[in-house]
Design a protein around this ligand. Structure first.
Ligand code: PLP
Length: 267
């Protein structure tokens, strides 16, 4: 199932078409080998949020992957695409993909549907060290982890190393709350430098600390954070259930929403 709605638009090397009509050659190594980089940027009423942070991370990803990137072309194409798309539920995010074949593909997409609180299944996962600092197109392992979690009746995976370190979810960062204090695993655990994670740390008093499954499952509260989820309360980790939405989660969600509103000029 594609997250793109019927009016989602694409910009391929600057040419704008309906997303369903955009195509890249089958020989592009972005497709054949997942050799490329990407970003997902949230769009609120036609305005991209944290655009410069996403462009900076895209540049870092491309440099680390030794991939040619025309960052100014990407920036200009994002604004052209959003101007053409206008507001609307099919255009609440922009996905930017840069391939080894040298293509810049931008897509507007609808937000994925999500329950109010998310149930997590722990899935064993080892980060690919060589891809640290690269938001690469090689995401099959992350997608598989989510699929296995759903097969088990959960909404999403929580990735745990074979040595028992809780890392992150396949497309979001994780936080847990103990005695009223929020914690999150450190970037040194080979997790993505999530832009929303940085935002949460900025608006609340978060400490970085390695996390075990026992820490997470035994916490008072837990939540995920990402560009598309913002702050998303956790309802369960495996068979440990959390009671409703905790006060630290609610406060953090409100602080993140306020920051987003104020950065977009809404007060
Ligand atoms: C592995 C992983 N962790 C965390 C995140 C959240 O990052 P951000 O807040 O920049 O969306 C993502 C986003 O796709 C991700 O893929």
């Amino acid at each position: 199932m594609s997250p793109s709605g019927p009016t989602s638009l694409a910009s391929l090397d600057g040419a704008i078409t309906p997303a369903a009509e955009a195509s890249i050659p089958a020989t592009d190594a972005g497709l054949l080998r997942g050799d490329g980089v990407f970003e997902v940027i949230r769009v609120y009423d036609g305005q991209p949020f944290a655009l410069e942070s996403h462009l900076r991370r895209l540049r870092t990803s491309a440099e680390n992957l030794r991939l040619a990137l025309d960052l100014e072309a990407v920036r200009a194409e994002i604004f052209r695409l959003l101007a053409q798309a206008g507001p609307g539920s099919d255009h609440e995010m922009v996905r930017v993909v840069v391939t080894r074949g040298g293509r810049r593909l931008l897509l507007t997409e609808a937000l994925p549907e999500a329950p109010e609180r998310v149930r997590l299944a722990s899935i064993t996962y080892s980060p690919t060290r060589i891809l640290d600092g690269i938001k690469s197109l090689s995401y099959a392992a992350n997608m598989l982890a989510s699929r296995i979690a759903r097969e088990r009746g959960y909404d999403e995976a929580i990735l745990v190393t074979p040595h028992g370190r809780v890392l992150e979810a396949p497309t979001s960062s994780v936080f847990w709350v103990q005695d009223g204090k929020p914690f999150t695993p450190p970037l040194q655990d080979h997790i993505l430098a999530s832009i929303t994670r940085a935002l949460v740390i900025d608006v609340s008093d978060v400490r970085e600390r390695p996390c075990t499954l026992e820490d997470l499952a035994g916490a008072d509260e837990a939540f995920l954070a990402s560009t598309t989820r913002e702050v998303h309360p956790v309802a369960a980790v495996d068979d440990s259930e959390f009671n409703g939405i905790g006060p630290v989660t609610a406060r953090t969600a409100a602080a993140v929403a306020d920051r987003i509103r104020s950065e977009l000029g809404g007060g």
